[in-house]
Design a protein around this ligand. Structure first.
Ligand code: ADP
Length: 502
């Protein structure tokens, strides 16, 4: 696939492809090769204003389209994703860098999410409940809210936009989408396919650009009542502050510092496989990645040696090559940040067991490749055990028993994913109850969420909202309670009804 080139892409506003008002552009660069994949408009508040105006105008009609009809458009979109899955997968290995199997999984997740949400068009259940008064009917219905501002990161360039756009659309909202500046080409393909599926003009608009100008302008815009954001904790806090004055609905999906617990009775082969997949899959660039492995004393030595051996067998390379296990990290800044944590870990006294270096030679110099890294003898309070590194680095922590394991697992500011390997059903159930996280896996690693259960975390991972499943509808609709009195007379709730015992 010849992707290298200087093609200039555009924003999509009100059904038209347009340049940024300023005419400025930025490049999308492959993390694997350094090749430029295209130029994209560097949008500013002026472009965001135009997009929001288009989305606001389109909303007046879109909110009246029956939800099953909105769902039908999403079914068509899912089919287009299926037809284009191979191309999107290949493009993702080039623009984002993840390996082919995972890139295919990313697209598949968008297909699954879109199909699930398309079906919501014929559900979107509310409640009916008996009135306390005669000849009176009551129900609650979900109402669309208006223009949704969707701000996404680069690590799931097709899946995450689908988590936000599919539910927002089926619920009857219109969208201004500001994708990550590292993966604009995939976002652009996503919107092209959505449009091809038959969305009316203005229902979905894409505004490319950087967080501090286009992103911030979207969060600040008075005609955007809902912001759905996935990214770093730091930016999430900033978004919250910016949106606070206008009391916007802000949905945040932020960081993680997820731990896998391995108890003495665990199946170690299974555990090692799960750790490798969770720590080094997507080069550790998942918010659910396992960057801590909390191991009970009796299993520690054996697990450590098996894990190091497994990490050293991983083949670093280009995502599009079939035999690559671990691809590049997203950009030079990420590479530097990941390496700085290796230095921090060494300075803190953790034992570097393998990796810990930027890969060179073999064509690696043009891309951003970091060797899978394992630290041993890590104290739970060390920075490498507390802060999100977002790279292929994991930290082994030794504990005495299951209770200490859970305390250590919970002893971080985030609360996204968690996991325990044990064959003791009692310990497994205690962990399900006591692990302070939005997601807990038993005898599986920290990654692998499916689209029909809520996704999100406790503590600093977010602000109480969830994506995916039914829970997503709570972000993109507001409840309306409706009372219909067909008695033909004034009836007063709490006053005219029969009192118990009267
Ligand atoms: P990451 O570390 O994953 O790049 P960021 O939080 O920096 O996380 O970025 C996630 C998304 O948020 C990107 O689309 C980025 O452009 C956007 N963004 C960054 N800063 C802001 C901001 N101040 N306001 C709104 N969006 C922002």
């Amino acid at each position: 696939m010849a992707l290298t080139g200087t093609k200039t892409f555009k924003n999509f506003i009100g059904g038209e492809w347009v340049d940024a008002g300023s005419g400025e552009t930025f490049e999308s660069v492959s993390p694997a090769t350094g090749d430029v994949l295209g130029q994209f408009p560097r949008s500013s508040a002026e472009d965001v204003d135009r997009a929001v105006a288009a989305a606001r105008a389109a909303w007046e009609e879109w909110r009246l389209v029956p939800a099953p009809e909105r769902g039908t458009i999403l079914y068509r979109f899912a089919n287009l994703l299926i037809e284009n899955k191979d191309d999107l997968t290949d493009l993702m290995t080039r623009e984002m860098g993840k390996v082919k199997a995972e890139a295919g999984g990313d697209v598949q997740e968008a297909i699954d999410m879109t199909l699930y949400m398309a079906g919501e068009g014929r559900r979107m259940f509310g409640q009916t409940t008996p009135s306390e008064l005669r000849d009176k009917f009551m129900m609650s219905v979900r109402m669309p809210i208006g223009v949704v501002g969707a701000i996404t990161p680069w690590n799931f360039p097709i899946a995450i936009p689908s988590w936000k756009l599919a539910p927002a659309l089926v619920c009857g909202n219109t969208i201004v989408f500001k994708p990550a500046e590292d993966t604009p080409l995939l976002a652009e393909r996503f919107v092209e396919l959505l449009q091809e599926a038959g969305l009316p003009n203005g229902v979905v608009n894409i505004v490319h650009g950087f967080g501090e100008d286009a992103g911030e302008a979207l969060v600040r815009h008075p005609d955007v009542p809902v912001i759905t954001f996935t990214g770093s904790r730091e930016t999430g806090v900033r978004v919250t502050h910016t949106a606070a004055d206008q009391l916007k609905i802000v949905h945040l999906e932020l960081g993680g510092k997820n731990g896998i617990i391995v108890l003495d009775d665990a199946d170690l082969d299974l555990a090692v496989e799960g750790i490798v997949w969770s720590a080094f899959g997507t080069s550790g660039q998942r918010c659910t990645a396992a960057s801590r492995v909390i191991v009970q004393d009796g299993a520690y030595e054996e697990l450590q040696s098996r894990l190091v051996a497994a990490a050293e067998r991983l083949r670093l390379g280009y995502g599009w090559d079939d035999d690559t296990d671990v691809g590049p990290v997203i950009n030079k800044a990420a590479l530097e940040k990941i390496h700085s944590y290796t230095e921090i870990g060494k300075d803190e006294g953790a034992k570097l067991l393998t990796g810990g270096e930027v890969a060179s030679g073999n064509g690696f110099d043009k891309g951003n490749f970091y060797r899978p890294t394992v630290f041993g003898d890590v104290d739970p309070q060390m920075r490498i055990a507390q802060e999100e590194i977002f790279g292929p680095t994991t930290a082994l922590i030794r504990v005495r028993d299951a209770d200490e394991a859970i305390r250590v697992s919970n002893g971080i500011k985030y609360g996204l994913s968690s996991s325990i390997y044990t064959r003791d059903v009692n310990k497994a159930f205690r962990a399900m109850r006591d692990l302070a996280a939005g997601i807990t896996y038993i005898n599986a690693g920290t990654i692998g969420a499916e689209v029909h259960l809520p996704f999100g975390g406790t503590k600093d991972t977010g602000n109480g909202h969830r994506e995916a499943g039914q829970a997503a509808l709570d972000v993109f609709t507001e409840w309306k309670s409706i009372y219909v009195d067909y008695s033909g007379k004034l009836q007063k709730a709490q006053i005219d009804n029969l009192k118990p015992g009267a």
